[in-house]
Design a binder for this molecule. Structure first.
Ligand code: UD1
Length: 432
């Protein structure tokens, strides 16, 4: 098992280029198989979640041709199966976008039921409600969901819960239905807009993405396209928190500052200096941050996927901070790890109270999931001394070359095999 070994305590500075948005790319790759023409998707992040979805697409017969680390050519014409096995759903939950995509393209799909994961129970009732409203029959059998429709017909759907996944799945199926679908109370995240823009570039007729109501006028067929994914707002936000936590000075390149407004506002409020440019941003922080109240909300609110990273920044704030997690009921597991560093945090239900300390101390910590893993890495980079983060495969699901980008900013971090004690010793000697 790979782990990060980190010598923290340095202010990190320099430039970092942000990659394509993982969560947009997952929806876009699923959408890409809906045409029989060739599609080229650019600015993909080279992370394991994307590779797992590409494997799932290959497994059902789709043609996947890697042009380079960030570009892929896909063709859905050769798809011969409409069943996505549990193996893929287990690796990458978002394989369930193939439910909507295959239903639209082939009129049927069987996808393994996504299990709960470490941040909450993650139901998919809203996806199912939407697909049923479009005329699909949905049967759940032996942990598989089977959807089928002779003809998908436009419908009026009001989501009970604002859901990124349900919005994308319904939009995918509706793109190849007959008539108009109106989906209300939809998610407005930048990646929803990106998936809609991509579908439109293939000839779909989708309006309103980015607002509460999306209108899809079904078309008979979709055609090929060349499309570039938007930059990853969460990767960018993670490096912003890194700058604040390490009293650093970082320039983020290839970003859309508008997508980062909630994060920028919060970091400015607690004392970071932020200057925005067209597609880049400079963030620096040269003082102890002040405490704050953070409430996770759907976009444009503060993203739940940035909750662990901002919590780490606040562990050394001046005063007591409060974090309300309003999206996932079980997203505070990493706090037990942070306590090993001397963080003083109490959790009551979905609220964490963080008593800011002057500094954190190094520790050996386990990454419990993707974003929390990145947050613990930031904590380790902040603390003076050698820390170890285990289970970094979670981090590699969504951050491309995380350790490399951190080294570029001056961090002492190595990816080392956990069995390789000699390498760990070598690292400790080298950095001291
Ligand atoms: C996506 C993101 C994930 C992010 C989340 C919220 C991807 C691949 N993942 O996940 O990183 O944390 O959005 O921004 O894009 N819900 C229901 N019924 C449903 C669907 C969702 O009750 O049918 C609830 C969930 O339990 C949760 C909330 O809605 O409380 C938001 O979930 P959703 O937006 O669907 O998250 P994902 O699409 O799974």
């Amino acid at each position: 098992m790979k782990q990060y070994i980190i010598r923290g305590g340095k202010s990190l500075a320099g430039e970092v280029t942000i990659g394509g948005a993982k969560n947009a790319a997952l929806g876009i790759l699923a959408a890409a198989i809906m045409t029989d023409d060739e599609v080229t998707v650019e600015n993909l992040p080279d992370v394991s979640d994307i590779n797992a979805l590409l494997e799932a697409i290959s497994a059902i017969g789709g043609r996947v041709e890697r042009i380079d680390a960030h570009t892929v050519k896909l063709c859905g014409a050769s798809i011969c199966s409409t069943t996505v096995d549990y193996d893929y759903i287990q690796k990458i939950r978002a394989s369930y976008y193939l439910l909507g995509a295959l239903l639209g393209k082939k009129g049927k799909a069987t996808v393994a039921m996504p299990g709960g994961c470490k941040i909450g129970s993650r139901p998919i009732d809203q996806h199912i409600k939407g697909l049923k409203a479009l005329g699909a029959t949905v049967v759940s059998e032996n942990s598989m969901i089977k959807v089928k429709a002779d003809k998908l017909k436009g419908s009026h759907i009001f989501l009970d819960v604002v859901s990124v996944g349900a919005t994308i799945n319904i939009m995918l199926a509706a793109a190849l239905s007959t008539g108009q679908t109106i989906i209300e109370n939809v998610a407005k995240e930048p990646h929803i807009v990106d998936v809609a823009n991509f579908l439109n570039s293939m000839g779909a007729n989708i309006k309103g993405a980015g607002t509460d109501v999306i209108r899809v006028r079904g078309v008979e067929r979709l055609h090929g396209s060349v499309y570039s994914c938007i930059p990853d707002q969460i990767e960018a936000g993670t490096f912003m928190c890194l700058a604040a936590a390490t009293k650093g000075d970082i320039v983020l390149k290839n970003i859309i500052p508008k997508h980062l407004e909630a994060i920028s506002a919060k970091l400015s409020e607690i004392g970071a200096d932020i200057t925005e440019f067209d597609d880049s941003m400079r963030i620096s922080c040269n003082k102890r941050v002040s405490s704050s109240v953070v409430k996770t909300r759907v976009y444009p609110g503060f993203p739940t996927d940035m909750q662990p990273q901002i919590a780490v920044v606040l562990t050394t704030a001046d005063g007591v901070s409060t974090i309300n997690e309003n999206i996932w009921e079980d997203r505070f597991k990493y706090i037990a790890e942070l306590r090993k560093m001397g963080a003083v945090v109490t959790v009551e239900g979905n609220v964490a109270f963080i008593e800011g300390q002057k500094e954190l101390k190094p520790a050996i910590m386990e990454a419990p999931d993707l974003r929390a893993g990145a947050a613990l890495t930031i904590a380790a980079l902040q603390a003076d001394g050698v820390s170890i983060i285990t289970d970094i495969h979670y981090i590699e699901r969504g951050y491309e070359n995380f350790d490399g980008k951190l080294r570029q900013l001056g961090a002492s971090i190595e990816k080392i095999d956990s069995d390789d004690q000699a390498a760990i010793q070598r690292f400790k000697l080298e950095v001291i």
